[in-house]
Design a protein around this ligand. Sequence first.
Ligand code: F6R
Length: 250
Amino acid sequence: MKIYIADDYSSLSRRAANIISAQVITKPDSVLGLATGSSPIGTYKQLIDWYNKGDLDFAEVTSINLDEYVGLGKEDEQSYAYFMAKNLFDHINIKKDNINIPNGLADNIERECERYNYVIRGNHGIDLQLLGIGENGHVGFNEPGEAFEKETHEVMLTESTIQANSRLFKSIDEVPRKAISMGIKAIMQAKHILLIANGPKKADAIRETVYGPVTPQVPASILQLHNHVTIICDKEAGKYIKETDLGREI
Ligand code: F6R
């Protein structure tokens, strides 16, 4: 993995957007794995800005999002489908048919997970996977646990994730307890993984991801085994990264 520390959130966002732009410019029909949450909002803003300037074209891009809450539909303001529409898709020329997000309202969640696995396989995997990271080291909603979940699956969210995500809901009781998440296998099969992290609450998770043992207790630690990972942190999230490790393959 290669790690970079950006001066602040806006510089982190610009760098991440640069990598995504380069991907789309060099391969216009790229399959992008996308994340929701606070971390990528600045990255998406930057991409929209470059799109508006005519520098980017998403007409042939396919997106495959990481996850969705069970029980929330795309009209629900707390759903990840809604988030993606408002923070990216409504502002660029990606084709609606090329957007993929798990359906949180599916009657049969197991079948929906299967369908999503077919979507990932049918698109021949992901060219560039954007990831945020949970304070507990989760990626997507692959929560710390006994084993690395391989494929799309239903997840019971941990207390730590429910707590962290409650900031976006009126009350903690409204946070869904379950989600559908892409599995570690699909994430690990992405050709390039771009993980972004900002703020002091992510510092421990980044330290464990980079220097800790590879363990399901810190799902992101598996990224140590991937041969093309770029991590961009702000100074706070990257405070435990040794200066000598910056910008080189470790
Ligand atoms: C979101 C996702 C999660 C978030 C993580 C960090 O699609 O998969 O893993 O990336 O919870 O969230 P923020 O960026 O809100 O701190």
